[in-house]
Design a protein around this ligand. Structure first.
Ligand code: CO
Length: 173
């Protein structure tokens, strides 16, 4: 197992839609366990493979708040088959968008289908935090970041901040 390097905005790879997993082989199983380790290490509640540069459609998550009671889950080729209601996800954040949070409009409940790492079909009725995690992580698989779903002004503010930061770093090196 190892901690994976997490790609951050504006890395182009984050905007590329992922490929479906067609064979749950050892490489996929190992990637899932590394993703889990990386998620816990980074104090995240979810992680999509593409955030570690792995261009397959899979996510890991754990929505439990108490981290001494882990409830690790993976979902391969997940997709939202139904979304209901509307909620403002308060102060949403992302390991690939460091030092930034914003409110995001989301479905309040979603139904998600996918597969476990044993290849078993899984169907989840998610609400609350889990529904937000599902939408956020499945967005990653389609090349979408939460900053793509916020108001233009706030997004431009963040992009400018990142540009300034990158420029500063470039001048230093
Ligand atoms: Co994210």
């Amino acid at each position: 197992m190892s901690i994976l390097n997490i790609l951050t905005y504006p890395n182009d790879i984050l905007a590329i839609p992922t490929k479906p997993v067609t064979d749950i082989n050892e490489g996929i199983i190992n990637a899932i366990s590394d993703m889990g380790e990386t998620m816990y290490y980074s104090n995240g509640v979810g992680l999509a493979a593409i955030q570690a540069g792995i261009r397959y459609s899979m996510i890991v998550y754990d929505e439990t708040e108490e981290r001494d009671q882990r409830n690790f889950k993976e979902l391969i080729n997940p997709r939202i088959i139904k979304g209901e209601g509307e909620v403002l996800s308060k102060d949403e954040g992302c390991l690939s968008v460091p030092d930034f949070r914003a409110d995001v409009k989301r479905f309040s409940a979603v139904q998600v289908e996918g597969f476990s790492k044993e290849g078993k079909p899984i169907k989840i009725d998610a609400e609350g935090l889990l529904a937000i995690i599902m939408q956020h992580e499945i967005d990653h698989l389609n090349g979408i970041l939460f900053i793509d779903r916020i108001g233009m002004l706030k997004r431009e503010m963040y992009k400018k901040k990142i540009k300034r930061l990158l420029k500063k770093q470039a001048n230093k090196s």
